[in-house]
Design a protein around this ligand. Structure first.
Ligand code: ZN
Length: 321
């Protein structure tokens, strides 16, 4: 079975275009390899638990992590494309939602569209059994990596796979508050260690706040799994090396910038503080003024709420009254 599926993985039907795809992907479209690598990762993390592959945010997020690591900046990669076109491979069967059984000519330009039409995709049972096994799973990964990437690409894809795995474990530690640091993940260099930490912290915070900005409440995801929010440290990591959820806030880009610049903060009763400085000169702070004194959005469980000691530090050291 292993050799059967390794062979299929090595013979994926992918576009080839010397002018469009870089050396790193051997001038071939990396969509299908990235999707399969993402499925391998999520199965290894115990997040895919059956042979039905759902078009989830996590799957898109993992796909995007490979894409942004390997592909040149500005090149857009949509996971909806391989999710649909993988049907040309014998191990992938799309599962239509009721009412969508026979609708040819659909447009699959986004995951939202995929989710509307399909409940997911079913992969062969024997393939899923291989993916659950740590040894066989890595053999399948190796087949993909060695077939579709040049040595530079192999190195990027290989380290991204390790980072995805470690970041997932790190995210679990952020939530439990264990946060033993990166020692146990054996990052091969400082750059990878930073990426594991950043990615793990982001995963944990964004999921605890369900993609909602703590300060303004905005929640926006693109159909392909890009989210407007980021994970912010209340007290800078460089100061206390504190990656616990209680030192984090999920913030949209504008609120993150405003928080770091000291234009916004959080009060003793978890209310939004807006600095008077936003009004000076020719500023036009718009909706930010309307947020003043409103309660912030927080995770449901108390133990994940921002620590008031951390917030006090931000009010004293960063916030401009
Ligand atoms: Zn915001």
């Amino acid at each position: 079975m292993l050799s059967h599926y390794t062979t299929l993985f090595k013979k994926l039907r992918v576009d080839k275009n010397r002018n469009y795809y870089p050396d790193a992907t051997t001038h071939r479209a990396p969509h299908k390899p990235f999707l399969l690598l993402s499925i391998i990762d999520l199965t290894g993390q115990g997040r895919i638990t059956s042979n039905v592959i759902e078009p989830s945010f996590e799957l898109a997020d993992t796909f995007n992590s490979y894409w942004s690591t390997v592909m040149p900046p500005g090149r857009r990669g949509l996971i909806s494309y391989p999710f649909y076109h993988m049907r040309s491979e014998p191990f992938w069967k799309l599962i239509p939602n009721p009412g969508y059984e026979d609708r040819p000519g659909q447009n699959f330009s986004s995951m939202a569209k995929i989710r509307e039409v399909y409940a997911g995709a079913r992969i062969d049972e024997p393939l899923y059994a291989l993916l659950v096994d740590p040894v066989f799973r890595e053999r399948l990964r190796t087949a993909l990596v060695q077939t579709y990437f040049d040595p530079a690409g192999q190195s990027m894809v290989g380290s991204q796979g390790l980072i995805n795995f470690a970041a997932d474990a790190y995210a679990a530690d952020v939530k439990t508050g264990v946060h033993e640091g990166l020692e146990s993940f054996a990052a091969s260099n400082e750059e990878d260690a930073v990426r594991i930490r950043d990615q793990g912290f982001r995963k944990a915070i964004v999921s605890l706040y369900d993609h909602r900005c703590a300060l303004c409440g905005i929640r926006m995801l693109t159909p392909d799994g890009h989210t407007v929010v980021e994970a912010a440290h209340i007290v800078a990591w460089s100061k206390t090396r504190d990656d616990r959820a209680t030192n984090g806030l999920c913030l949209c880009r504008l609120c993150h910038w405003s928080f770091d610049e000291g234009l916004m903060s959080v009060g003793k009763n978890y209310e939004v503080l807006v600095s008077k400085r936003v009004r000076v000169e020719a500023n036009n702070p718009g909706h930010i003024l309307t947020l003043s004194d409103r309660p912030i959005f927080m995770p449901g469980q108390d133990r994940f709420r921002p620590d008031q000691n951390n917030l006090a530090h931000h009010r004293q050291e960063i916030f401009m009254r």
